[in-house]
Design a protein around this ligand. Structure first.
Ligand SMILES: [Ca+2]
Ligand SMILES: [Ca+2]
Length: 185
């Protein structure tokens, strides 16, 4: 589950992580002193105000509408990139936030395209798509030509079906930006 950590005291965060660590290592804890655990095993991070905290990543949903390429630039301007959703946890967290913010029938850009080679989906950091959440009920991605002869090379999360659609990159949608969470030191 995503959680917001704005304003969460560092001590509380560390204690929470330590408790999780102890729970996950319960059997060993019977035999090993807690002091033998390396502090580097604790992964305690936070996000700036207004960002959604998911694992070690931060996400923000921004509702002004831009085409895909302007959206890419706008995310860079705030020190991030369009969302790269590599886990089900991230995918579900941003969809839930989308529904909370704007209700049903809302689409948000994520950082996935096949502009270089049709049908080869890559994230904006050039890594290939491994875990897809396409709307297979409507045969997405379908590179449909209704939006223009270029077809559909960019991707939105649809908050109604909770799946992805390929759409024309020139269309205007809100966006989801992402950046690394900040380690608490
Ligand atoms: Ca395409
Ligand atoms: Ca489509």
């Amino acid at each position: 589950m995503p959680e917001r950590t704005e304003g969460k005291p560092k001590l509380l965060c560390w204690l929470t992580d330590m408790m999780n660590l102890i729970k996950s290592k319960a059997k060993q804890v019977l035999f090993v002193k807690v002091t033998q655990y390396s502090p580097t095993a604790i992964n305690c991070t936070e996000c700036p105000d207004g960002w959604l905290h998911v694992g070690d990543q931060c996400f923000i949903l921004i509702t002004d509408r831009q085409d895909f390429f302007n959206s890419t630039d706008k995310c860079k301007e705030i020190g991030g990139h369009l969302a790269i959703l590599t886990t089900r946890e991230q995918h579900e967290a941003v969809e839930k936030e989308g529904r909370r913010m704007a209700g049903l029938y809302t689409n948000y850009w994520i950082g996935l395209t096949d502009t270089e080679t049709e049908g080869e989906w890559k994230w904006v950091d050039k890594t290939p798509l491994k875990i897809p959440f396409w709307n297979t009920l409507t045969s997405e991605p379908d590179n449909h030509v209704s939006g223009g002869e270029d077809g559909e090379d960019c991707v939105v999360v649809d908050s109604y079906s909770q799946t992805w659609y390929d759409v024309p990159c020139s269309f205007s949608y809100p966006r989801i930006c992402q950046k690394d969470a900040i380690p608490l030191v």
